[in-house]
Design a protein around this ligand. Structure first.
Ligand code: NAD
Length: 263
């Protein structure tokens, strides 16, 4: 884990983001952590909400001035506590990145009701709870940005991922519904739909031979998996005023995966 303070040569600075108050769920690792770092480099005030207490402590050490809350996005009390923590520390919230999520990679006939429910609880209900808690603060202030992390599997299907695909597709539709409902309150809601990204989530699937990263790279027109930093760069842009007319979109960031329809 590198320090989040130093600007990188590829960084674009969006001056409107300075001092913005950003909550990132699942921000202790992977895409969420890279996103926390990227917003931190923009001069934002960062709050991380994650179920992994050790990972959270580690992440906070390299995010200057960041605050953290340990808990699950599936627990309404923990979600409220995370937002109240921000109210106390920062006086509210401007940007929420709903990133916490799990994979569920099993043939459908082996998928237990418990597997199904767990995936829905974290990947879908967790996003709903955080969107609602965010908007309770953003509606009165008349502004806010919500970014939901969907997936290519919210757009196209793959075998053995029924619960994952169903939740990510629902997150894409929830994004559109909330965008049109809350536009009048100055709140923009967009989703990111990444292809495969090199994170612990993907490494675990590679190690357990559930996916083959070389085959996935070959299947991707750009010939490789994404880095978490590339997803974070898009999140920062979408949160900035440069994206002020973008709402209700599911923005693909997949190296051409969903455009590809040959062999
Ligand atoms: P990751 O497993 O590396 O990190 C996920 C983080 O979320 C971890 O810190 C974990 O502790 C936290 N988390 C998990 N359950 C939680 C809960 N109930 N409450 C709070 N925190 C929780 O995963 P990642 O690869 O960085 O994926 C992040 C998001 O991006 C997920 O929603 C995932 O579905 C999505 N996504 C990932 C990929 C990919 O290839 N890695 C592709 C498309 C979409």
């Amino acid at each position: 884990m590198t320090s989040g303070t130093a600007l990188r040569p590829t960084d674009v600075i969006y001056r409107d983001l300075a001092q913005k108050r950003v909550l990132i769920t699942g921000g202790a690792a992977g895409i969420g952590y890279a996103t926390a770092e990227a917003f931190s480099r923009q001069g934002c005030r960062i709050a991380v909400f994650d179920i992994d207490e050790t990972g959270l402590e580690r992440a906070l050490k390299s995010l200057p001035g960041a605050i953290g809350k340990h808990g699950s996005v599936t627990d309404p009390d923990a979600v409220n506590a995370a937002f109240e923590n921000m109210d106390e520390a920062f006086g509210g919230v401007d940007i929420v990145v709903n990133n916490a999520g799990i994979s569920m990679n099993k043939p459908t006939l082996e998928l237990s009701l418990q597997d199904w429910q767990k995936t829905l609880d974290i990947n879908l209900t967790g996003v709903f709870l955080c969107c609602q808690a965010a908007a309770r603060r953003m509606v009165p202030q008349g502004s806010g940005v919500i970014l939901n992390i969907s997936s290519i599997y919210g757009i196209v299907a793959a075998p053995n991922r029924l619960a994952y695909c169903a939740t990510k597709s629902a997150v894409a539709m929830m994004t559109k519904g909330l965008a049109i409902e809350w536009a009048e309150h100055g709140i923009r809601v967009n989703a990111l739909a990444p292809g495969y990204v090199k994170t612990a989530l993907v490494e675990q699937l590679v190690e357990s031979h559930r996916i083959d990263d070389r085959a996935l790279a070959k299947r991707t027109p750009l010939g490789r998996l994404a880095t978490a930093e590339e997803i974070a760069d898009l999140a920062v842009f979408l949160a900035s005023d440069k994206a002020r007319y973008i709402t209700g979109q599911v923005v693909g960031i997949d190296g051409g995966w969903t455009a590809y329809g040959y062999i």
